[in-house]
Design a protein around this ligand. Structure first.
Ligand SMILES: C[S@@+](CC[C@H](N)C(=O)[O-])C[C@H]1O[C@@H](n2cnc3c(N)ncnc32)[C@H](O)[C@@H]1O
Length: 373
């Protein structure tokens, strides 16, 4: 008798619990991912042989198909309930953020993921299985940020309504969509691969996230000057990383920007450090288990600060700094403050939200969180 094919045991395990309607969105997404694994790994060309040779396998495969349909229907219902509340505004930014952060970042004992990731991935339909090999030589794989990283980004940068957050290499949009649903900031994802841009745009439209948009472009070709906060998660390396670091360096000399960049030291991080050496950016700190996240800030040049050029107004963000060792506090003179006040009155797009200093954060700043929902 032919041996059981591997997928029969998997399928059998995936038939519990019988009633999926009691599962929450995250649990449904996990189940969907495990079903998807079977779907992607059973070769249709060989399936017929299995079904003909192994008694009971046809029934197992039929049950698998029914299970997929059940789980997809339950997912649509569970996701639809949250989507309705987001669209209607009854689930505000702060409540949405609190919900997924409170689910937590403890890894599951078996398999990848955390409860917070399950929820966000289920909301935005971001698959951990999607590994698309069709990518440019300089580009990294489309792997989405983990929820814990997103929470850290939000805690560190605290995007406000007048911020413009750029996700440079936005992939399927997990970071950008999460930030758009969790804050009042304007969020723009930039992504090379059109299919990812379409997925993320569809999801944003479905959820009514009018504060987000997604652009298909090479980040090197796009005007980034409206950005106040930049997020990068292992997006590219080599010459692209160098060009982007230089662009951000230019923006850093012109205005108060914040960069939260994750990636390897070699062929990526080194280009940001070159901008630090040139005085365009300041390395505020390294974060993450291996220090793979660099938090950098612009260093608007004195000329820009003094003359009040666009985006170069002495920033209220800067007023909270200089509390830690090694920080140079730039305190604008009364004249500059007066010019700044004048500039602010006439500015069509102020770049600088209200800040409150965070004592004890080693020269780092914390903005006071205003109601974002
Ligand atoms: C690791 S994914 C990041 C996903 C997303 N930022 C997140 O955190 O969930 C990196 C993405 O950068 C994109 N990318 C690489 N080079 C790019 C470029 N020059 N311009 C735009 N996107 C690029 C890749 O296609 C890939 O989808």
């Amino acid at each position: 008798m032919a041996a059981n094919p591997w997928w029969i045991a998997r399928v059998t395990a995936l038939l519990a619990p019988a009633d999926v309607r009691a599962l929450d969105l995250g649990a449904l997404w996990r189940l969907r991912e495990r079903l998807q694994f079977v779907r992607l790994n059973v070769d249709p060309a060989l399936l017929g042989d299995d079904l003909a040779a192994v008694p009971g396998s046809a029934a197992a495969w039929a049950a698998f198909g029914r299970r997929e349909a059940q789980v997809l229907a339950a997912l649509a219902l569970a996701g639809g309930r949250v989507a309705d509340r987001l669209r209607s505004g009854s689930l505000g930014h702060a409540a949405f953020r609190a919900h997924w952060e409170e689910l937590g970042f403890a890894p599951h004992a078996e398999g990848a993921g955390t409860p917070a990731d399950d929820f966000l991935d289920g909301m935005f339909h971001v698959s951990r299985l999607a590994v698309d090999e069709a990518r440019a030589a300089f580009a990294m794989l489309n792997l989405a940020s983990r929820a814990e990283r997103v929470a850290d980004f939000l805690g560190v940068t605290q995007p406000q309504a007048d911020d413009v957050v750029f996700d440079l290499g936005s992939g399927s949009g997990k970071l950008a969509l999460t930030v758009a649903a969790s804050t009042a900031a304007r969020v723009r994802g930039v992504e090379l691969v059109g299919a990812y841009v379409d997925e993320a745009s569809r999801c944003a439209a479905h959820l009514g996230l009018g504060n987000s948009d997604f652009v298909q472009a090479d980040v090197r070709e796009l005007d980034l000057s409206q950005g106040t906060i930049f997020y990068l998660y292992y997006p590219f390396h080599g010459r692209v990383a160098q060009a982007v670091a230089q662009t951000l360096g230019r923006l850093g000399r012109a205005g108060d920007i914040t960069i939260y960049a994750s990636g390897p030291a070699n062929d990526y991080g080194e280009f940001f450090l070159a901008e630090v050496e040139q005085g365009a950016l300041r390395l505020v700190e390294r974060r993450g288990e291996f220090g793979e996240v660099m938090v950098l800030r612009g260093v608007p040049s004195p000329r820009v600060r003094g003359e009040g050029a666009t985006g170069g107004v002495p920033s209220p963000r800067n007023r909270g700094e200089g509390q830690g060792e090694g920080d140079v506090v730039v305190r604008p003179s009364a004249t500059v403050l007066a010019a700044n006040a004048d500039q602010t009155r006439h500015s069509t797009r102020p770049l600088t939200p209200t800040l409150s200093p965070s004592p004890g954060r080693g020269g780092y700043w914390r903005r006071s969180r205003s109601s974002s929902s």
